[in-house]
Design a protein around this ligand. Structure first.
Ligand code: KIV
Ligand code: NA
Length: 263
């Protein structure tokens, strides 16, 4: 049976940790599902790990449709979430719906949108018209030029308060889930405790309802500098399948992320 947003809702209500990984192709979709993953995220991180770009800004809607379709063909169990790439959702809610509907047609069951309260109107527009949405706040990589680099977000009291307010507004707008990227663990916990929708963390501490990692980071195949919240699960595993299973176990038991991987 397919995991749906109501399955995730039940897991959340039972305080069962939800597991997610990025996925960009059919083979890994099948492997990740066999290992027991709940959510496959077709992330625009494919700009980095598949296309070799230094940011996600050049990823197109057609790129996302192509990879969503690839993942969908290899999947029959997990919930498929697809990122709306830069420039496809910021203009108007109508424009966002036109583009989101193409990701849904390609096989996604939920779309993810970067941005805070500014995106509330668009999220309400989409969710009321049948498209589940995960809102993404904190370090939103599509805003890298505005941030002036990839930096921890919500470190000052003002910024922390702003993220808390954004989270509540996004929940009220109908967001099904809230992803927080690279924010202090204490802030992510506070927001998770306040909301009544599941949160997904990456570099956001162990107290979110769900965890996600970029697949290539978990497998240690992405070159270059490793940020603090990443963990390579290959050492000690006999193969890729076992590394994925170890990640899933660690998240389910609340053992990942540990102190070494939080801000
Ligand atoms: O694109 C992506 O992989 C993401 C995750 C890092 C959350 O958005
Ligand atoms: Na992304």
């Amino acid at each position: 049976m397919r995991i749906t947003q109501s399955t995730l809702r039940k897991m959340y209500e039972n305080s069962e940790k939800i597991t997610a990984l990025t996925c960009y192709d059919a083979s890994f979709a099948t492997l990740l599902e066999d290992a027991g993953i709940d959510i496959l995220l077709v992330g625009d991180s494919l700009g980095n790990v598949i296309q070799g770009e230094s940011t996600t800004l050049s990823v197109t809607l057609n790129d996302m449709i192509y990879h969503t379709r690839c993942v969908a063909r290899g999947s029959n169990k997990a919930l498929i979430m697809a990122d709306m790439p830069f420039g496809t959702f910021q203009i108007t809610p109508e424009h966002a719906f036109t583009n989101a509907s193409r990701l849904i047609a390609a096989g996604a069951h939920m779309v993810k949108i970067e941005g805070g309260s500014l995106m509330a109107e668009t999220i309400e527009f989409l969710t009321r018209r049948g498209i589940p949405v995960c809102a993404h706040i904190g370090l939103t990589p599509q805003s890298v030029h505005q941030f002036g680099g990839y930096k921890v977000q919500g470190k000052t009291d003002d910024k922390a308060r702003e993220l808390q307010e954004d989270a509540l507004i996004l929940e009220k707008s109908g967001a099904n889930m809230l992803l927080m990227e690279v924010v202090p663990a204490t802030l992510a916990k506070k927001i998770t405790d306040t909301l009544s929708i599941p949160t997904i963390g990456i570099g956001a501490g162990p107290d979110c309802s769900a965890q996600v990692l970029v697949l290539h980071d978990l497998l240690g195949v992405y070159p270059g500098k490793k940020t603090k919240f990443i963990k390579n699960f290959m050492p000690g595993a006999k193969d890729i399948q076992e590394a994925i299973e170890n990640y899933i176990k660690a998240v389910k038991m609340g053992k990942f992320p540990d102190a070494e991987h939080v801000f």
